[in-house]
Design a protein around this ligand. Structure first.
Ligand SMILES: [Fe+2]
Ligand SMILES: [Fe+2]
Length: 287
């Protein structure tokens, strides 16, 4: 895949940009004060280019194609642990000395949740929430794997980062898709809404038969910043979503949890996590 298609040095570049945009969001117990004024500072050029490619190409049509391709789960059959090791083979151009490996990020998230005494399913959710990034290893471009997510098929909310780039998206000009509700009914529930395609949506579908609803919501919506951090799309939500939003907000700081801390000892922790995985997942599953 060319550099033009994949402007990020590493998938972490987008997550670093989240920390820049939401500096307080990585602290548990604090959430964004919506009334607070913040002057917006541009992202670095390569990250901006990533947002541009994402906003240009995330359409209803592309979304449908990706679902048709990936939600058949015909790519691989492997255990959760094998998927973690597979994800770890993702080679980024970023400096290996300063960034955690993918397994380390997953384990660090899970360990922070565990340290706060949360339920086992919650710890497990932290462990696997980013496993959908294996889409990169199926040769998917970065704009189709990571970045903020948002509904497609209705008007792109103004709170979505670099909203202007949507002007280049064909759906922006399509009257079927560019009204407030587009193809949806008011308060139809986010379960019935197509979110832009990426590692979140893919992993949510992989986990659907196995995790409790709150864990599934944490996975599906963890990059849906316009919703869980900006308060947008109230008009598509139902009561169930309002319950799930609380869980997603609870999860968010752990995802952004300082990545500069000491890396976890993966081998020492492995037996604990293997057991936890086996409590919820079968030995092998389809990806
Ligand atoms: Fe993620
Ligand atoms: Fe993450």
């Amino acid at each position: 895949m060319t550099r033009t298609e994949n402007p990020l040095n590493s998938l972490d570049d987008w997550e670093d940009d989240l920390l820049r945009r939401y500096p307080e969001a990585s602290e548990t117990g604090k959430s964004k004060q919506t009334e607070e004024f913040r002057s917006y500072v541009d992202a670095p050029d390569h990250v901006k280019e990533f947002y541009r490619l994402n906003h240009l190409q995330q359409t209803v049509e592309v979304n449908q194609q990706k679902r048709d391709e990936f939600l058949q789960f015909k790519k691989r059959r492997m255990s959760i642990w094998e998927a973690m090791e597979f994800l770890n083979t993702l080679v980024d151009d970023s400096d290996p000395d300063t960034s955690l490996s993918q397994i380390e990020h997953l384990m660090q998230t899970a360990e922070a949740i565990r340290a706060d005494g949360h339920s086992r399913w919650f710890v497990l959710t932290g462990l696997i929430h980013d496993l959908g990034k294996i889409l990169c290893l199926f040769d998917e471009p970065q704009w189709c794997v990571t970045g903020d997510t948002f509904p497609v098929g209705c008007r792109f909310d103004l709170s979505i980062v670099y909203h202007d780039f949507f002007r280049g998206n064909p759906d922006y000009h399509n009257p079927d898709y560019n009204s407030q509700f587009g193809i949806y009914e008011p308060n139809c529930g986010l379960r019935n809404v197509m979110l832009s395609w990426g590692h979140d949506e893919y992993m949510y579908n992989v986990c659907k038969p196995y995790l409790p609803d709150a864990g599934l919501a944490m996975i599906r919506y963890h990059s849906f910043y316009p919703w869980h951090n900006e308060g947008a799309y109230e008009y598509l939500m139902d009561d169930y979503d309002r319950q799930m939003l609380e869980y997603v907000k609870l999860f968010n700081p752990y995802d952004l949890y300082s990545k500069s801390d000491e890396p976890p000892d993966v081998e020492a922790l492995r037996p604990y996590y293997e057991e936890l995985i086996s409590e919820y997942f079968p030995p092998r599953l389809d990806w």
